[in-house]
Write a protein that binds this ligand. Structure first.
Ligand code: OVV
Length: 408
């Protein structure tokens, strides 16, 4: 059996068009929009010879792959490696990299630990932290907003919400970035991520232990389900690892991207300030327009099809969230415009289907808190230097965002 990137080499069905580019080339990652247009323009599904896999980027086929978990499985990995063939780079996540029925149980535990009620109870803490941070930002006037807002705000509330007693800010942000980079091909980004994880992982795993967590946090709620017999203690530790994998760098990216959107679109900031009821819909538009995760993978678990094109068992499929969220067929001719009042129902920034982001309530809660505090106190958000996008195999976020904040 011939392999590439740890999965089987495929022969695409006749009629599937070829997209002859490397979606993980650093130049493409830095500015992916031409690639997205090409991907959607060729059809509902394309063949990517560089990695001998398929990719979907039209809204319909991308949403279709995410919601058809029976045919497009997660248990064989959501990156390029097929876990049925090789050993995964880290012990697989027991919520991300599984299918029903295994997934059903862990998903239930995590959904309960991250329920709307849990997030509602955190809202005041989030609001207080956000207001204090915005006051500090305004006192400085100009800040590098990735470090000083997008990272600082989640780091000031999320580890505490989980119940971490000891916080290593850098490791918490970087671990997520590494996990997402590891979903890509064997390129520089993935190799460096896996190397760096050797340093970080012991700290992360130790932080997931029951006796390291406060008794009142999200982590403790997961361990309580181990006491109830729903999962084992080992599984509880793995689910806390999932919180730390998927719960920090993603919200950092979402908040950074939100700031970018408003610096780029001052009229939209004015609209938000004039009508704070737009804060929630505006974040949905941030997720659509500036998707913190650009790509997730799936594997065809059986012989199947995408939009009428046959797909062989074992085929890896890139589901390109960024392309689907900008599809003019779905969003209209102004799909490439950021509009706070669009109310983009169906945007797939959090994915879709049974694996859709289980932390989306808390992500929305964090973002609403920071945007609410900013809207109350900041008249204008202006670029104060060139934004720099971060090359990542799966995350779409900024490395550097110098901004000036004009007080209201
Ligand atoms: C959605 C996501 C991303 C990365 C890691 C995980 C989940 C996890 O469960 O570890």
């Amino acid at each position: 059996m011939e392999l590439i990137e740890g999965h089987r080499v495929i022969v695409p069905a006749k009629g599937i068009p070829t997209l002859d580019i490397d979606p993980f080339d650093e130049a493409v990652l830095a500015d992916p929009f031409e690639y997205f247009d090409a991907l959607r323009g060729l059809g509902p599904v394309v063949y990517v010879p560089r990695y001998s896999m398929l990719a979907v980027g039209q809204y319909g086929s991308t949403h279709g792959v995410f919601t058809d978990h029976a045919h497009f499985v997660s248990s064989r990995g959501v990156g390029l490696n097929d876990f049925k063939i090789g050993t995964p780079w880290r012990p697989p996540s027991i919520i991300l990299e599984v299918d029903p029925p295994d997934h059903t149980k862990t998903r239930r535990v995590m959904a309960r630990a991250l329920s709307p009620k849990v997030v509602k109870d955190l809202a005041q803490t989030f609001a207080t932290a956000a207001e204090a941070l915005v006051d500090e930002v305004l006192a400085k006037g100009r800040v590098e907003s990735v470090t000083e807002i997008a990272e600082r705000f989640p780091l000031s509330v999320f580890p505490q919400a989980v119940g971490l007693r000891e916080v290593h800010d850098r490791y918490l942000v970087d671990y997520g970035n590494c996990v997402f980079n590891a979903m890509g091909p064997d390129n520089r980004l993935r190799r460096e991520a896996i190397d760096y994880t050797r340093e970080i992982a012991p700290w992360i795993m130790a932080a997931c232990a029951r006796d390291r967590l406060t008794p009142d946090g999200i982590g403790a709620a997961i361990y309580a389900d181990a006491d109830a017999g729903e999962i084992t203690e080992g599984e509880a530790a793995m689910l806390v690892r999932s919180l730390l994998s998927a719960g920090v760098d993603t919200t950092v990216s979402g908040i950074g991207n939100a700031l970018f959107c408003f610096a780029e679109n001052p009229v939209e900031w004015d609209k938000l300030r004039a009508d704070p009821s737009l804060i929630k819909p505006a974040f949905e538009e941030v997720l659509r327009y500036s998707f913190p995760v650009h790509t997730f993978g799936r594997t065809a678990g059986v012989d199947t099809e995408i939009s009428g094109h046959p797909v062989e068992e074992g085929t890896k499929i890139l589901a390109v969230i960024g392309a689907a969220n900008r599809d003019p067929e779905k969003w209209g001719a102004d799909a490439d415009q950021f509009r706070v009042d669009r109310r983009p129902v169906g945007q797939i920034g959090f994915g879709a289907g049974i694996h859709g982001c289980v932390g989306q309530n808390i992500a929305r809660g964090e973002t609403a808190a920071i945007l609410t505090a900013l809207a109350a106190k900041v008249k204008r958000i202006e670029f104060d230097g060139a934004p720099v996008w971060r090359p990542s195999n799966a995350i779409h976020a900024l490395d550097c965002l110098p901004l000036r904040f004009v007080p209201a």
